[in-house]
Design a protein around this ligand. Structure first.
Ligand SMILES: Cc1cc2nc3c(=O)[nH]c(=O)nc-3n(C[C@H](O)[C@H](O)[C@H](O)COP(=O)(O)O)c2cc1C
Length: 385
């Protein structure tokens, strides 16, 4: 039987996660939009590249230290924003990830749609944190949230631009998942198959909207009701001039997440962003778009050497991180690799995920002949397709 201890890679953690959480929750995590072409492509894209080791370098000492959005990071990867962590781990929710990230000295990103409030997340660890913001139509609420993020000590802001409306996630429509999970005749049967999860869920306030304490509870009549309710919250006439405004008001490290072309990367830089996050939301939004890994070279060429580029999507191996860096990225962020750990074992599971990727990345650096992050370059990679 698979246990946290016996998991040796991120896919093992995914298999364990599937045993730990009800299947609609697991499908919510693992699924993508429409035909899931982009979801698959995000992984397949890495297979188009080979690592080219440079032999006989002195790799007796290696350093994996780097900087991510103005934060010192012990590794060139960190935890991306994922909402509603209380669904995957009712007991610990976001606190599991932020504590694990601090132990590994990598940044943690809190989502606007966290179950725990950004103040609670901030207080849970002394590690560096970023705040991911969805731009809300209610300007007062949006300004309040930014102010709270600043006061709570978040180091950088991440503006997600690919979620103006929810993606068409057909697995959720089929499973009947509601967010937060609701106990109905049908769902209770599914949840009873995962009794430990159910007990944790009933004992927690996993259904709370941590950052919106005054928001009336969303009425969830069916699986799409939540997506529609949330979509109504978003500002749909958002433009680059709004982004420019936000960047100026924040005044610190600022990333635009959801960039899928060189032209948008250039626009984000012109608006004043310090960081470009190449991302298609893990294939959960618009199906049929490019995968982040295949964009790195052209985006690096378009924005020049000084802009920070983060690859977000499909990272499951230390070698994936190495390939992204060799192509010109500065670091990578983890979505499902982290959530699988969270579902599989809360904080201990997230630590397991980070330790697996750390060991894989370090081994890759040594075998490829690199002793520091800045030594990883184009000579270490070739495209084969
Ligand atoms: C369960 C889940 C919830 C997510 N919630 C958010 C969110 O609240 N905000 C956001 O910007 N991205 C969100 N994302 C997208 C991730 O930040 C990230 O872009 C994506 O997961 C990367 O792809 P990967 O899962 O293949 O690593 C979510 C992803 C997952 C899997």
């Amino acid at each position: 039987m698979l246990t946290l201890k016996s998991c040796i890679n991120i896919d093992d953690l995914g298999r364990l996660a599937a045993w730990k959480v009800p299947f609609p929750v697991n499908d919510y995590v693992e699924g993508g939009a429409d035909d899931e072409v982009t979801l698959r492509r995000n992984r397949e894209g890495f297979g188009d590249y080979q690592i080219v080791p440079q032999g006989l370098q002195d790799v007796s000492q290696i350093s994996t230290h780097t900087r991510i959005m103005g934060c010192d990071s012990a590794l060139p990867f960190y935890i991306s924003a994922t909402g509603f962590s209380g669904m995957m781990c009712p007991k610990e929710a976001e606190l599991a990830g932020v504590r694990a990230a601090a132990k590994f000295a990598v940044p943690y990103t809190a989502s606007t749609f966290s179950n725990r409030s950004l103040e609670e997340i901030s207080q849970a660890s002394a590690g560096d944190k970023l705040f991911q913001v969805y731009v809300l139509d209610d300007e007062k609420l949006a300004a309040e949230l930014n102010q709270r993020a600043r006061q709570a000590g978040f180091k950088g802001m991440v503006l997600t631009i690919d979620t103006i409306v929810g993606g068409n996630r057909e697995r959720d429509a089929r499973s009947g998942l509601t967010i937060p999970p609701k106990l109905t005749m049908k769902s209770v049967m599914q949840y009873m198959l995962r009794p430990w999860w159910l007990i944790g869920y009933l004992q927690s306030d996993g259904a709370s909207m941590g950052n919106f304490p005054h928001m009336p509870k969303v009425s969830l009549k069916d699986s799409q009701a939540f997506v529609i309710a949330m979509s109504k919250l978003f500002k749909k006439d958002l433009t680059w001039s709004d982004a420019e405004d936000m960047i100026q008001k924040w005044g610190g490290p600022f990333a635009v997440k959801g960039i899928m072309s060189a032209s948008d990367a250039v626009r984000a830089c012109q608006a004043g962003a310090s960081t470009i996050i190449l991302s298609n939301h893990g294939g959960r939004q618009l199906d049929g778009v490019p995968s982040p890994i295949e964009l790195v070279e052209e985006v690096r060429a378009a924005v020049g050497p000084d802009v920070e580029i983060i690859v977000d999507g499909g990272i499951r191996r230390g070698t994936d991180v190495f390939k992204a860096l060799a192509l010109g990225a500065n670091s990578c962020s983890l979505g499902r690799a982290y959530v699988r750990g969270l579902s599989a074992g809360g904080q201990a599971g997230v630590e397991k995920a980070l330790s697996i990727l750390k060991a894989e990345f370090e081994r890759c650096m040594i075998l490829a002949g690199c002793s520091s992050i800045d030594q990883i370059g184009p000579e270490h990679i070739r495209r084969i397709r």
